[in-house]
Ligand binder design. Sequence first.
Ligand SMILES: [Zn+2]
Length: 421
Amino acid sequence: MSPSSTTQDSVLRFKLKRTLEMLAAKEGRGTELITLYVPPERRIHEVMANLREEYGTASNIKSRTTRKNVQEAIEKTSQRLKLFKEPPKNGLVIFCGAIPRDGPGTEKMEVYVLEPPEPINVYFYRCDAKFHIEPLMAMIRERDAYGVVVIDSSEAVVAAVRGQRMEVLQQFTSGIPGKHRAGGQSARRFERIREQAMNDYFRRVGAHVFDLLGKVPGLKGLIVGGPGPTKHDFVEGDYLNYMLKEKLLATIDTSYVGEQGVDEIILKSQEVLRGVRYLEEKQLVQKFLYEIGHETGLGVYGETQVRKYLNAGVVDLLLVSEKLNILHVYVKCKNCAATEDSLIPQAGFVKFEQDLMATTCKKCNSAALYVEDTKDLVDELIDIADKQNANVAVISTETDEGVMLKDSFGGIAAILRYKAS
Ligand SMILES: [Zn+2]
């Protein structure tokens, strides 16, 4: 199986997640951090007008420092906003505010502009002691979409489901009379007419399902449900496009039709959906395990090995664990400019810096070592992979395979394009 666009998607999500974690950790001195969500259809000049209003309102803030910080943040936000003629296709998010560095009076204005991976639904302006990242977090969690069709002989509904959000795309009625025939009609003729009507109805729904779900980005699968046997006739007959049939995950019995039926399916299909969500991750790690198990020479792991092959440009797929929290620390000597580097767990950084003060340079022996730069190891490896045109998949620990990658292989592995020494 070749890595698809979803592996690149895993990298984007991972980077956004890291950025959001960084933003979540920031706290203002007071209520003075600006969060602004702009939906794609919102006019920039309207948002600017709203910000001018907020600027005016902020002049009533009693504390002089807070007032100054809030107004500065609003100004800076406006400046960044002005760079856009219109919002990008998914809208725009700006975080801006004075963040204290080291106690009161050390605030520095910081501004972050993000383009979300999915369209923003609502306009949102907030001034708070923290940045509001929840709507973006929700987008990372709820990335995959599923199609749901609930069908019985009288009606059908097509819906798209993303996380806990459900959107009904279209509803149909069959117009098929009940099982009781009118007087005078022969039973056989009645059956034939009913069958024909059912066939037309299935065709109509089937064609629309394909059109409707074809427009849903990131569609991972389809679930068909409904009360009674109609759903099976629909699925087994020649009504659904083969591409959708390939994505069929399950048929599920429901007590209801319509929207209620969709809700029922969402409740009943959690396990099915979870499995699909992590299926690709499982398959990618399994491929790596195969190469290792069969000693093909194409599977490599560990930071040193993987980095070596990445730099040599022979990595086809880089696998990194989402739970790998390791910093690559670059240390330099102020006196002789000698450099060295080491890998340390993120949580150990403070201690590392303290220890460094008590350490002397190996070359010139002076106590002049300082941290010149730190990089998140995963980010660093992904950057190399990008330069070398290697595919990257960030693997969660939600599957046995993901846990194995992290615990048994140090969270870093790769599959090579060809055997290399
Ligand atoms: Zn030195």
